[in-house]
Design a protein around this ligand. Sequence first.
Ligand SMILES: C[S@@+](CC[C@H](N)C(=O)[O-])C[C@H]1O[C@@H](n2cnc3c(N)ncnc32)[C@H](O)[C@@H]1O
Length: 295
Amino acid sequence: MADFSNVSRTIDMNGPNESKRDWERMAEGWKKWHAKFSRQSSEATKAILDLAQVKEGMTVLDLACGSGEPSLSIARAVGPRGRVVATDIAPGMLKIAETNARDEGLSNIEFKPANAEAIPFPDGSYDAVTCRFGLMFFPNPEKAMGEIRRVLKIGGVVALVTWGPIEKNPRFTTTAAIVEKYRRMSKVEERASDADVFRFAEIGSMTKILSEARFGEISEKQIIVPWIWDGSVEEQFKSFSEMSAPFRKLYSEVNRGCQQKITAEILAAMGEYYDGRRVNFTAVINTAAAKKIVK
Ligand SMILES: C[S@@+](CC[C@H](N)C(=O)[O-])C[C@H]1O[C@@H](n2cnc3c(N)ncnc32)[C@H](O)[C@@H]1O
């Protein structure tokens, strides 16, 4: 069994400014792969829409929207009487999300740059707040929870999706875990981290910060979903390396001389999931929902 103990600590992002800059650099990749990645992650989108109980006419805030999911799916679901505010700390990401919305002809969605730890909107303005694969990148997720609660109406719902454990996610075992093995061989010094991809991988970790922020009716569970890449292993690896800011950072830390060997190892590992047309990954994700019950 491979040792994943160190990977979660090294796939990290430090502080909002660094995080913003690092994600900004990935914007082109998100633009290029948006359609395919939206299909690959469609079950995670469905899960967050269900958790947020998205219905026609609702006003929803999506945090850390990246290239536009789940914001765009929510905009379709709330319809013309509803409204979505899609936000992200990286303006480059938001621009892509905005172009994607325009291409689809969606007119009930607006885009605003926002740090989830200092949400620039008034108290009690949303029926639901969603955040898919964003929470783990906030240096102070407790602060973000307080902000989310503040901008929700009484009775409003927060819905969150994060990654489950690395060892249950071939997307990472076939990539980051292999790079980490080489990184350790190159004896790169450990970095202290205040945010990492698997920070909320343990069931109960989101419940803890939700209850500390005085949310009620908290539910949290781990689910397994298809995570199919409709293309070759080479393309899956290329898209992953062009979209994942933490992976890019990790990869840049290994000895350049090893990179060809690493790529070959990654492609061979992904090959185990390839059926000649698609890379048949599954993903284990954690989902949580809670309500603002009192002021
Ligand atoms: C893995 S992407 C997720 C994008 C999208 N929600 C999805 O599920 O495809 C993480 C996003 O979090 C954003 N982000 C990182 N730190 C943030 C912060 N403090 N506030 C708001 N967004 C942040 C990044 O710019 C990036 O777009």
